[in-house]
Design a protein around this ligand. Structure first.
Ligand SMILES: [Zn+2]
Ligand SMILES: [Zn+2]
Length: 110
């Protein structure tokens, strides 16, 4: 598949990368549209220090479920989806109160 890769700060390249698979408890989304966010601009120039190259850019997208991993229920290939790109721990003080955007160990895809 094609991906926009931040190879180094201020250098993006369209590259062929391996097709991902749906792991246990996850779904694989075939992206149909991806936005460029203000944080992507700061990721590009390295000013935030939160994006470390090499990195596939893009964290605000929509598409369709292409595959479901083992143990996934309620989702099927062809479902239209968007997503929150926040990866949260589910165990910290904030996560236990539903405030996943403040998770002590949060990471963001893309
Ligand atoms: Zn964003
Ligand atoms: Zn947390």
């Amino acid at each position: 598949m094609k991906a926009l890769v931040l190879e180094e700060y201020m250098k993006l390249a369209l590259r062929d990368v391996p097709e991902p698979t749906a792991g246990p408890g996850t779904v694989l989304v075939r992206v149909k549209a991806c936005g460029i966010c203000g944080s992507d601009v700061h990721g590009l120039d390295g000013s935030t220090g939160r994006r470390i190259p090499p990195l596939i850019m893009g964290h605000e997208a929509a598409g369709m479920v292409a595959a479901v991993g083992e143990g996934v229920t309620g989702w099927a290939p062809g479902d239209r989806v968007t997503f929150d790109s926040t990866i949260f721990c589910g165990e910290c003080w904030f996560c236990l109160r539903g405030l996943i955007n403040l998770c002590d160990r949060r990471r963001v895809l893309g």
